[in-house]
Design a protein around this ligand. Structure first.
Ligand code: AP5
Ligand code: MG
Ligand code: ZN
Length: 209
């Protein structure tokens, strides 16, 4: 059976970058609440649209997000879960619906995050991540993998990035502590180069599953 992997980390820690490699090597689904919400950002729910929260850097209400995750995990034979859980109530919900084989935490100092996020560019077509300084495409503005156009995410402005980091510290740091206390968490130095982080990610997965 393919592994169930949880990847945790602050906004800009590299969850999306590493998850993409994990899906290719371990043949698992990339379940990411951020991408799922962006794909449905104008959907009307009884709590309002996802965009109304995301563009401010706030969390989308739990009922909306829990439903997305439940449906995605039911359909997946092995997954890497990225962007969820983001608070303790989501962590409890997750424990009720699935079993995890590996819990990885990409540890990156806050001082690095703002530059990573404001310089990020994302492929409009396939979602691949780049950075104007740290991870440049071969041709500026064009995706190496599919030739799609590289754009800036709406929530990657400096002001919204700072709010996302504040929300992370308030709501998601307790989730990191929760898995750490359970003894499940494998801490990875996320300030290394993407290739070095990837080496540690593979080691962590192979020693956990
Ligand atoms: P989401 O899309 O999950 O955003 P996030 O958690 O803020 O994380 P990011 O995607 O910004 O960062 P990442 O860790 O994936 O980093 P990346 O690999 O791109 O969520 C967005 C919003 O949706 C939330 O604010 C919220 O509103 C809502 N939402 C989502 N899930 C929710 C939930 N569960 N509950 C409620 N609301 C929810 O890397 C970043 C940059 O750094 C890139 O440019 C990359 O090229 C570069 N980089 C990556 N690794 C390295 C490295 N090792 N060295 C140098 N640069 C690197
Ligand atoms: Mg991401
Ligand atoms: Zn692309």
């Amino acid at each position: 059976m393919d592994p169930n992997i949880l990847i945790l980390g602050a906004p800009g820690a590299g969850k999306g970058t590493q998850s993409r490699r994990i899906t290719e090597k371990y043949d698992v689904e990339h379940v990411t609440t951020g991408d799922a919400l962006r794909a449905n950002k104008h959907m009307e729910t009884e709590h309002g649209t996802p965009a109304s929260y995301m563009n401010e850097g706030e969390l989308v209400p739990d009922p909306v997000v829990n439903e997305i995750v439940k449906a995605a995990l039911e359909d997946a034979d092995g997954y890497v879960l990225d962007g969820y859980p983001r608070n303790l109530s989501q962590a409890e919900y997750l424990a009720d619906i699935t079993d995890l084989d590996a819990v990885l935490y990409l540890d990156v100092d806050k001082s690095v995050l703002v530059d990573r996020l404001t310089g990020r560019r994302v492929c409009d077509e396939c979602g691949a991540n780049y950075h104007v300084d740290f991870n440049q495409p071969e041709e500026s503005g064009v995706c190496d993998e599919c030739g799609g156009e590289l754009v800036q995410r709406e929530d990657d402005t400096e002001e919204t990035v700072r709010e996302r980091i504040r929300v992370y510290e308030e709501n998601t740091q307790p989730v990191i502590d929760f898995y750490d206390d359970e003894g499940e968490l494998v801490r990875i130095d996320g300030e290394q180069t993407p290739d070095e982080v990837w080496d540690d990610v593979q080691d962590a997965i192979e020693s956990s599953v």
